[in-house]
Design a protein around this ligand. Structure first.
Ligand code: IVH
Length: 722
């Protein structure tokens, strides 16, 4: 047969890869690949071994539980082996598990299940003799772990003495509490900040930082790290009470003084269990600690004993694993896209990978410096992360898999769309195409004009705009109103109905109020709140066009920077031409209900403050040097109001998807992590917010901003008052 050498060779390859990654994970605490990719290697090996049992070797990683104990700490033989858990990846696998145990013991069909969050930390065994903490051991290979007593003794929440409840009879001579040592997300972020400041290495995630903090020869270092612990299992128990249920054991542990996770719930039937799993899958980022699934355990301990265990895992428990948020994939290329303001943004073209609940094929790399910092090159295998609703991110390369002779990536010197030189000014992180006639910018300006928050022309997305620009039917946003039925119908992939629908949508958009037209024109620095304030103060385009810069600046909420930018924009002949075309097309260019609420004294002086010639005062920068036109020179290139600030969003926001809100924060120089920490500048609250985030913000005294005020926050970079 021909398959055998292939299978044998592949099994060898997989064992070598697994051994290499085991060492990085268990001994060096610096894993290169995400857990999900590691699991896939083990799964593949297990499948090969199942098909070809003659290939199983005694030292195959499928035959043992965890990593080998390291030489740093003394070995400890566990009183009861620390087993691993079998995984269920979806409802089918969960039901299959329930079916399996039901066949072994029909009582399992009627069982109660304890559902526990699967904490992403390090398994730990704590032994108490005569009520005193005597030993802490890592899992190691499941039989022998490492003695980390001195280190664990520094963890504040680990009791040094049991507070044994008298009503439970005599205290046991030996009690082993098992659980997970972990680091909260906020403590992890804080630690990384401190590490950076001290010029020390930072950690990739909370799990690694917990492992690295524990694996210290000097327990004083561990003591300086904010580690925590959740207990989830009684191990050895000698001379204590008879326990009937796992839930009873947890309650006893809690009364002894151990932290037991408050979300643990006893449920009946797999449907209820699955609902619990799905609920936590959705809400996992509402917690300040990382979880990667739910552990489901049969509550009845007698039934647990009857179900027993396989060679590596108990049958009475299963780990429901959430879809991975990190995977590796190939970075096929790094390309550059040109935005409506001319900004050239590098992005990763990835071999599509299913991560964080969706397939990711593209991910932004932000700017030239980020590509260099991330140290990624085309051809690399890279780690891609997509956590919850957050925008997918390339974390970094798997250096051990970098192809030989992969040269570093170079930022292109010319615009990929128009071929004009790209400009990056000293001290700036962004690179720009300054040619306003660049087709890519033209397309993006029109796409923005028609987008949902602007003129909201349904059916005029990027693909359609590209087609219309290429056909010569659109060259500026106002051309949208000159589209003719027969021209549209002559286009490919444009059925009669969709041409009519598009024209109807175009016609309907003529009714949009002035404030939306101002959004659509994409004036630099002017956000949605500012446009509304301006349009209320100057409810017709003519009033606005006549207003001197001082009058603009006198409008509440419009500062001098925005006022200058608006004045410059309106003074540009090219922009005026677009506005006139819009007027001729029949747009009202009025704000219904607008009232002259501007402050007195600044009208009618006639002179424009800035950019009377269109180029703008001090047109030295790349953005300023861009010729004026609709959406010119960084139009909507938002001011970096949130530079260095971290704004967390929770719940559903009106007018923004979660991604849009996060993009808006990033676009203003801010960060938008998934959890609240001491460093959070503000928490933006939508409807149905995550309770844990709100609680955490309250605890830490972080300002909470109502979701309806997000625009104000974006525009000013300050927490809105009142
Ligand atoms: S019970 C024999 N419960 O998950 C059962 N494990 O993949 C032992 N883990 O090694 C484990 N949270 O490190 C259990 N609530 C929980 C858990 C949990 C996290 C970890 C633990 C274990 C691994 C198995």
């Amino acid at each position: 047969m021909t398959w055998r050498p292939d299978a044998a060779q592949r099994a060898e390859e997989l064992r070598a890869q697994i051994a290499y990654n085991d060492r990085l994970y268990h001994e060096l605490d610096t894993p290169e690949i995400p857990d999900a990719d590691y699991d896939a290697l083990v799964r593949e090996l297990r499948e090969i071994e199942e098909r070809h049992p003659e290939l199983v070797t005694a030292d195959s990683p499928t035959q043992r539980v965890g990593g080998a104990p390291s030489v740093l700490f003394a070995p400890v033989r566990h009183l009861v082996p620390m087993m691993s858990l079998d995984n269920a990846m979806d409802l089918d696998e969960l039901q299959a598990w329930a079916g399996r145990i039901g066949r072994i013991d029909p009582q399992a069909l009627e069982a109660d299940f304890v559902c526990e969050l699967k904490i992403d930390g390090l398994a730990m065994s704590l032994t108490y003799e005569a009520g005193r903490f005597t030993r802490a051991a890592t899992r190691g290979d499941g039989v022998t772990g490492e003695d980390v007593t001195a280190n664990v003794a520094t963890i504040g929440v680990v009791p040094h003495r049991l507070s044994w409840p008298e009503d439970r009879g005599p205290a046991p001579s030996v009690l082993e509490a098992r659980g997970e040592v972990y680091m909260s997300v906020s403590a992890f972020e804080e630690l990384n900040r401190r590490q950076l400041e001290a010029g020390q290495k930072t950690f990739a995630n909370p799990r690694n930082s917990a492992a690295g903090s524990l694996r210290q020869k000097d327990a004083a270092v561990t003591a300086s790290r904010e580690l925590a612990f959740w207990t989830y299992q009684v191990g050895a128990l000698e001379g204590g009470p008879e326990l009937a249920r796992h839930s009873e054991a947890l309650e006893l542990l809690r009364r002894c003084g151990f932290p037991v996770n408050p979300e643990i719930t006893v449920l009946h039937g797999i449907d209820e269990v699955f609902a619990f799993c799905s609920d936590w899958q959705r809400r996992r980022h509402d917690l300040d600690y990382e979880i990667d699934g739910v552990v489901v355990k049969v509550d009845d301990l007698a039934l647990q004993r009857r179900l027993g265990a396989t060679s590596h895992a108990p049958r009475w428990a299963v780990a429901f694993k959430f879809p991975p948020e990190e995977r590796t994939t190939k970075l096929e290329d790094i390309m550059v896209s040109i935005g409506r303001t001319g900004r050239a943004t590098p992005f990763a073209v990835l071999e599509p990978v299913f991560v964080g609940g969706s397939t990711v094929g593209l991910a932004t790399l932000h700017n030239e410096d980020q590509v260099r910092l991330k140290n990624v090159r085309p051809g690399d295998t890279v780690v891609v992360r997509k956590a919850g609703d957050v925008i997918p991110e390339v974390v970094g390369p798997v250096l051990s898999e970098r192809p030989k002779r992969a040269p570093p990536w170079k930022f292109p010197s010319v615009c990929p769309s128009c071929g004009e030189p790209l400009v990056r000014l000293p001290g700036e992180s962004d690179t720009f195409c300054t040619n306003l006639n660049c087709p890519a910018q033209r397309v993006q300006r029109i796409v923005h004009f028609a987008s949902r928050g602007a003129m909201d022309v349904e059916g005029l997305g990027e693909k359609r705009v590209v087609q219309l620009v290429e056909a010569g039917l659109l060259s500026d946003p106002a051309d949208v109103y000159s589209l003719q039925r027969h021209e549209l119908q002559a286009l490919e992939r444009m059925a009669e109905i969709s041409a009519d629908n598009l024209l109807r949508a175009v016609e309907g958009s003529k009714q949009r109020p002035l404030s939306r037209v101002l959004v659509a024109l994409g004036i630099r620095h002017l956000g949605p709140t500012g446009t509304r304030a301006l349009a209320r103060a100057f409810p017709s385009i003519d009033e606005l066009l006549e207003a001197p810069v001082e009058a603009l600046a006198a409008v509440e909420g419009i500062g001098p920077v925005i006022a200058d930018s608006v004045a410059e924009f309106l003074a540009s002949p090219a922009n005026r031409e677009v506005i006139e075309k819009l007027r001729r097309a029949g747009l009202t260019l009025r704000e219904p209900g607008g009232s002259a609420r501007r402050r007195a004294g600044a009208r009618g002086t006639g002179a424009r403050g800035a950019g009377a010639g269109g180029a703008g005062a001090g047109a030295a920068g790349a953005r300023d040097a861009a010729p004026p036109g609709a959406g010119d020179g960084g139009a909507g290139e938002p001011a970096q109001t949130l530079a260095g600030k971290s704004v967390v969003v929770t719940g559903t926001l009106d007018g923004y998807t979660r991604e849009e809100a996060e993009e808006a924060i990033l676009a203003r120089g801010g960060r938008s992590p998934g959890s609240v920490s001491a460093k959070t500048f503000a928490l933006v609250l939508g409807t149905e917010p995550g309770a844990a985030k709100v609680r955490k913000a309250e605890e830490l005294g972080i300002p909470v901003v109502d979701g309806t005020r997000l625009d104000d926050l974006l525009e000013t970079g300050e927490v809105p008052r009142g």
